[in-house]
Design a protein around this ligand. Structure first.
Ligand code: VAH
Length: 308
């Protein structure tokens, strides 16, 4: 990777991935774009605008694109037609751009790519995928499109099925797992959190430093070792809101949680697996998460204390 473009760079994953890539590859080699770019970033980019996308790639001789621009699950379920337009027309534009300019591509899939018929515990790398949300349908379609562009046109497309991502620097926007980030801000501010998922809703999660390491490790892995490509299951921990609250209470004894279930996001979460098997990622490119639940909670609270 020498010249890197990130789409959706102002988002939860994009903002921290941009900073890490700039530290590792040099700021002059990493270009951040977003429909609503950060104040000091030059590139306002709607990924549905193919000419604008190609202008950036040609101007800077981009050789790798981390394509993160998309609507997340809860927002996508409220505006499904717009979600398909942005998520899929954006992706096909990026794939075509990669084909025309010989760029490598990182595409983030998600646990949302699975549905209620998928084994929920120890979810296999290769299994049935019949998601029931527009976000999940976009993710499965994206996985298949990326595989197609690799087989048919030789595009070096790679990707991960991320679980919920937890970070302290940029808040997520419109996801079903956002509770696992919002809870920390509420714990710091008011010592109480009203959770929109049921107490026993178990989901895979990952701390942002591991999510970023996974993306960069996969993109720099030896292609010859990859049997899978565009949808590696990766997870670091699996917990319920009740378990997360209990871990926070170890640091903030007076912290309390209540449950006011949002039917839309509960239905989305109930359609996702509880814990994925990520042995393929470990075997094919050395995936090794560093943060489990206790370490993540400690680091999150420390980071928020130092920024409040
Ligand atoms: C969402 N945070 O909730 C995203 C993610 C696995 C969940 O894809 O939509």
């Amino acid at each position: 990777m020498k010249k890197i473009l990130i789409t959706g760079a102002a988002g939860q994953l994009g903002s921290e991935l941009t900073a890490t890539l700039r530290n590792r590859y040099g700021s002059e080699n990493v270009f951040a774009s977003d429909k609503k770019p950060a104040p000091d970033e030059p590139y306002g980019l709607d990924v549905r605008d193919m000419p604008a996308l190609n202008r950036i790639v040609e101007t800077h001789n981009i050789d790798t694109i981390f394509h993160l621009a998309a609507l997340l699950s809860a927002v996508a379920e409220q505006t499904p037609q717009q979600a398909w337009d942005i998520n899929m027309n954006g992706l096909i534009n990026v794939l075509e751009t990669c084909r025309l300019h010989r760029c490598a591509l990182f595409f983030p899939s998600s646990i949302a790519a699975f549905g209620t018929e998928t084994p929920a515990i120890d979810t296999p790398q290769d299994t049935i995928q019949r998601p029931t949300t527009m976000y999940g349908i976009c993710k499965v379609s994206g996985e298949l499109l990326c595989d197609y562009y690799y087989r048919r046109f030789g595009v070096d497309a790679r990707g991960l099925r991320y679980p919920g991502l937890i970070s302290s620097k940029t808040k997520p926007g419109g996801g079903t797992t956002d509770y696992a980030v919002d809870i920390f801000y509420a714990a710091q501010k008011s010592r109480h959190y009203d959770c929109f998922l049921r107490a026993d809703t178990q989901l895979d999660m990952m701390y942002m430093p591991d999510a970023i390491d996974a993306a960069i490790t996969l993109m720099t892995a030896d292609s010859a070792h990859l049997k899978h490509r565009n949808a590696f299951n990766v997870t670091a921990m699996s917990f319920t809101p009740q378990q997360l609250a209990a871990e926070i209470q170890k640091h903030i004894p007076g912290f309390t949680i209540a449950y006011h279930v949002d039917p839309l996001r509960q239905a989305i979460a109930d359609s996702w697996p509880k814990h994925m098997n990520d042995s393929a990622a470990k075997a094919e490119w050395g995936w090794r998460p560093r943060f489990g639940l206790p370490a993540m909670v400690e680091d999150m609270l420390e980071n928020l204390r130092s920024t409040q």
